[in-house]
Design a protein around this ligand. Structure first.
Ligand code: FMN
Length: 158
């Protein structure tokens, strides 16, 4: 069974709610999903999984929250080339850079050569009923994408 990990930062629970729904989607698609809060783990944990998903709220002026800084530095030490990943998060459209932290994480992952499985999922505050379903689908889609990648080659592990 393919194993996924979702690592997230959430101050008021919106990104956490998305993370739980994405995990639900992964599990309903027949894979395993673990959830971790970013400041409670080291990025080396990613090595134990077939693919990973990062979730974050946005802080300051479109910035990545401080909780993610150490994790990003630790990720730089890993070989993430070809590893399947996706990014999601919650923000607020009244800010200049809506979900800027999601874009920042995605750019870093692209820079390290990771394989972005799908367009990032951005939600304003907590997910609406419709967005809850989008979160589940987001989880299910990365499972399908990993299945397709593994069919084409032996798969790249972290
Ligand atoms: C001081 C502060 C700065 C913020 N800056 C941004 C921002 O630049 N862009 C954005 O989209 N949201 C911004 N937000 C909104 C949060 O990202 C948003 O409330 C989000 O839903 C919080 O997610 P969480 O419940 O997972 O912590 C900011 C919020 C605060 C309190």
């Amino acid at each position: 069974m393919n194993k996924f990990i979702i690592v997230y930062a959430s101050l008021t629970g919106n990104t956490e709610e998305m993370a739980e729904l994405i995990a639900e989607g992964i599990r309903s698609a027949g894979a395993a999903a673990d959830l971790k809060v970013v400041d409670e783990c080291n990025a080396v944990i990613l090595k134990n999984y077939d693919a990973f998903i990062l979730g974050t709220y946005t802080w300051g002026d479109g910035e990545l929250p401080d909780e993610f800084i150490d994790f990003v530095e630790e990720m730089e030490e890993l070989e993430l080339k070809g590893v399947l990943t996706s990014v999601f998060g919650s923000g607020d459209t009244t800010y200049r850079l809506f979900c800027g932290a999601v874009d920042e994480l995605e750019e870093k992952l692209q820079g390290w050569g990771a394989m972005i499985a799908q367009e990032s999922l951005k939600v304003e505050f907590g997910p609406t009923k419709e967005e809850q379903q989008l979160c589940r689908e987001f989880g299910a889609k990365i499972v399908a994408r990993l299945g397709a990648v593994n069919e084409n080659n032996a798969g790249n592990h972290i």
